[in-house]
Design a protein around this ligand. Structure first.
Ligand code: ATR
Length: 287
């Protein structure tokens, strides 16, 4: 497809859809499944689709989206960071997370925010309602984009202490600079540190279908600790299986996807849609 065809295609979709997710690649996104169900349940007209946009085409695409009748759009890889500069306004949450995942289109302007931290925390609240982050110690594995949203969400919820570990230590150190109070420790020390934590979060891609497992001996972990994995395919990662075998409560990663979507839908349409067991089942079946 040449550039002109791509621009035409983006424009045609932006004029036919109410909302969409933009990314590259994007064909396998589950967001349409979630949002189209909610649009129907809430009796709202319109369609949520996918728009494939190459990174180089994003600035021109933003001009098209700005002038489109769309209510808003979500963004995923590789556009989340670039949108910080391309939106007309970006709120403090997106700035702190360093990425935009939800954009509202109003009066020819793009307003960016980020609902990933909400999604992460709401998933914990729903999956482990009795877990109160206040004063607790969390061990967070990984220092990529997902980790930023997790650190922001945990600090906003009043977590006591965060230990951040990443294979590439320098990335954890750079991330910790943006989140004062976060302590960086050696990746190799992850096993030894487990005994002191009440929350363990995997934000790395380890354990994802097609990736190696996160090899972590949970021998030292307290059965009182809560363990969550951002990986949701497979739903029950080996980390979660081992944690459950130790008696720990576990929360799967699928809910983060659902609750970040819930917040985006609420921002655009002014109603908080229901996260039903059927929706979760449909998503699980799609994995
Ligand atoms: P995301 O935006 O989803 O967080 P990312 O930015 O690509 O994705 O980050 C992937 C994370 O998984 C990183 O923390 C990465 O560690 P490095 O910074 O050292 O690359 C981590 N990761 C990926 N493969 C890994 C492996 N084999 N062992 C340990 N960590 C790994």
């Amino acid at each position: 497809m040449n550039t002109l065809d791509e621009t035409d295609d983006i424009s045609a979709k932006a004029h036919a859809l109410t909302a969409a997710v933009i990314g590259h690649p994007i064909a396998h996104s589950r967001s349409p499944m979630i949002h189209n169900r909610w649009l129907a349940e809430e009796g709202l007209a319109g369609q949520y689709g996918v728009i494939d946009i190459l990174p180089a085409a994003l600035p021109a695409a933003c001009d098209i989206l700005r002038q489109s009748p769309m209510t808003g759009f979500n963004a995923t890889l590789p556009h989340k960071e670039m949108l910080l500069d391309l939106c007309d306004e970006v709120d403090a949450t997106a700035r702190a997370i360093g990425a935009v995942n939800t954009v509202s289109v109003r009066d020819g302007r793009l307003y960016g925010t980020n609902t990933d931290a909400f999604g992460f925390m709401e998933n914990l609240r729903q999956g482990a309602p009795e877990f109160d982050p206040a004063g607790k110690t969390a061990l967070v594995l990984g220092a990529g984009g997902a980790a930023r949203a997790v650190l922001f969400g945990l600090q906003a919820a009043g977590i006591g202490q965060i230990l951040l570990l990443n294979r590439t230590r320098s990335k954890a150190e750079a991330l910790a600079e943006a989140f004062p109070g976060v302590q960086v420790a050696e990746w190799a020390a992850r096993q030894a540190l487990l005994k002191d934590v009440q929350l363990l979060v995997n934000t790395t891609s380890l354990g994802m279908c097609g990736q190696p497992d996160l090899e972590l001996d949970l021998g030292g972990v307290s059965p009182e600790a809560l363990v969550t994995d951002l990986v949701y395919n497979p739903l029950q990662t080996s980390l979660l299986n081992h944690a459950a075998a130790k008696g720990c409560q576990t929360v799967t990663g699928l809910g983060m996807l659902v609750y970040q979507a819930q917040k985006a839908f609420e921002i655009w349409f002014g109603v908080r849609p229901a996260v039903t067991d059927e929706l979760i089942k449909t998503l699980e079946d799609s994995l």
